[in-house]
Design a protein around this ligand. Sequence first.
Ligand code: NAD
Length: 298
Amino acid sequence: MAKIIGFIGLGIMGKPMARNLLKGGYALTVYNRSQPVMEELKRDGATLGSSPKDVAARSEVVITMLPNSPDVEAVVLGADGVLEGAKAGTILVDMSTISPLVSQQIYGEAKKKGVKALDAPVSGGEKGAIEGILSIMAGGDQEVFEAVVPIFRAMGKTITYMGPAGAGGFTKLANQVIVAINLTAIGEALTLGAKAGLDLERLIQALSGGMAGSRCLEMKGPQMIKGNFQPGFKTDLHYKDLGLIMEAARALQVPLPTTSIVQELFSALRVKGRGGLDHSAVITLLEELAGVHAHTQS
Ligand code: NAD
């Protein structure tokens, strides 16, 4: 069983995921574009890599957790990238949310070098990453998936094999449709409640126990009524996902009318300078439309 892991991309998600691998007893070499977080991981017991190539050369399994498709392409396929350093038989697990079409391309390029690639994006947010209870949705060859299940178990609780390369990514896009629309629906419901003079904490309590209850309401509702939009998951990244969703929907000829409206709301949030806030900040736009100014930012 593989015990030597490389981890590239130590942001909101990657840092706690890497920490859980250290806690699980894996030997870890890490690399991130900015340095301070690498020092933190070093204090936790990780070895520091000097480039993605260097990380790959020292590892049996390489995990990437980067913002978007171009970042993963650069880190995996680019100069000093993972494929330059990886030995045949190395497993590459990209856990970022990127275009499933790019995941399929990476699978093909990796295969030429004898490297086995999985796309395995996650859901569950920063909290899920810290607690090691992420939902991990994987695409690629099933025997490769089976080989890394013990590693997934150190970071997640619901671990699902979805099918061939790209299937994990398409699953994550479906996930992001629901989360974006759900947060917007919660934003509308809380704004309606505010204008009606309801006690919003009690409103969340009442809604949570019925058909309207959801993980989004549970995790984000209390922060939304406090106006705490520290990310979590940045609006900029969810807007990126909405772009990937619409691109996939066009390729597959699937009209997504509600998602397209939500995409425009997220675009407006970014125009207003709120792209760095948590995606639950979509409520601030809805409050503005309704003339409720409780949480209006900038
Ligand atoms: P983030 O912006 O906090 O972290 C990204 C990290 O990658 C940063 O530390 C950055 O320095 C590093 N990085 C970027 N380019 C790099 C490069 N070329 N080489 C090395 N390091 C590089 O993002 P995040 O919130 O951790 O999200 C990462 C991925 O996970 C995204 O695809 C996101 O959509 C997805 N995701 C995020 C959440 C969430 O709640 N935050 C949940 C599920 C999935």
